[in-house]
Write a protein that binds this ligand. Structure first.
Ligand SMILES: Nc1ncnc2c1ncn2[C@@H]1O[C@H](COP(=O)(O)OP(=O)(O)OP(=O)(O)O)[C@@H](O)[C@H]1O
Ligand SMILES: [Mg+2]
Length: 201
């Protein structure tokens, strides 16, 4: 199974219900990347690279290490906003954000740097992988910039309708996905295929 993902320019969005397989998939995919900066609020990815806990540690760590994971100590905007400011200072890497709707929601954007990184990131060699349980709540700039969309099982009607339109499937097909299976939509080819579960890493 492989996505034709260009890690320094493409954006991928990974959606699905709680426990659907988004984080496992992202972890498996991140393992294959050469250089990434990850915002990991739920602290599930400590084994993937060099972990930092304070905003001021992010830039020095990313200057020294190719794979840096930021696990904010507090779930507040004050702790997450500097991550996006720092992200804009680097180029040629993949930005990975778990629960992206917390930072770039349909109504709330944590800081202007967060939007800038999505809208202009690819110009400076920043690709992205963004996870969410609530796709219809993500900011529209993410949808308009997504090249790859991986959709795991979902139940909520609004989300099913939103994703069905996005990936050109019926809501019932998404609802009927088997555990840890997903639909992979490629914007370049405008095609959707079903993916089997990725290996557990
Ligand atoms: N591909 C897989 N193969 C086997 N087990 C899996 C797979 N994907 C997920 N699981 C199992 O399901 C659990 C939940 O998966 P995961 O953490 O990826 O969900 P999630 O979609 O990120 O959920 P949340 O929205 O709560 O973060 C994993 O801890 C693992 O036990
Ligand atoms: Mg998760």
């Amino acid at each position: 199974m492989s996505l034709t993902f260009r890690p320094f320019s493409d954006f991928a969005v990974v959606v699905g219900i709680k426990g659907g397989g988004k984080s496992v998939f992202t972890r498996w995919y991140a393992k294959q990347l050469d250089r990434f900066l990850m915002l990991d609020p739920t602290r599930q990815n400590s084994t993937l690279g060099y972990v930092v806990y304070h905003p001021q540690q992010i830039a020095p760590a990313f200057q020294s290490f190719k794979k840096v994971i930021y696990q904010p100590q507090h779930a507040s905007d004050e702790y997450a906003a500097p991550f996006f400011a720092t992200a804009l200072h680097f180029c040629n890497y993949t930005l990975i954000i778990d629960e992206v709707d917390e930072y770039l929601g349909s109504k709330h954007i944590i800081c202007s740097d967060a939007k800038t990184v999505i809208v202009r990131g690819r110009n400076q060699g920043i690709g992205g992988i963004f996870n969410t349980r609530r796709p219809h709540d993500i900011n529209k700039c993410i949808r308009s910039n997504a090249d790859h969309v991986v959709t795991f099982q979902m139940n909520e009607e609004d989300d099913l309708k939103y994703m069905a339109k996005w990936i050109d499937k019926n809501p019932s097909e998404i609802k009927a996905l088997k555990e840890y299976h997903s639909f992979y939509y490629n914007r370049y080819t405008k095609s959707t295929i079903e993916l089997n579960p990725c290996p557990l890493v």
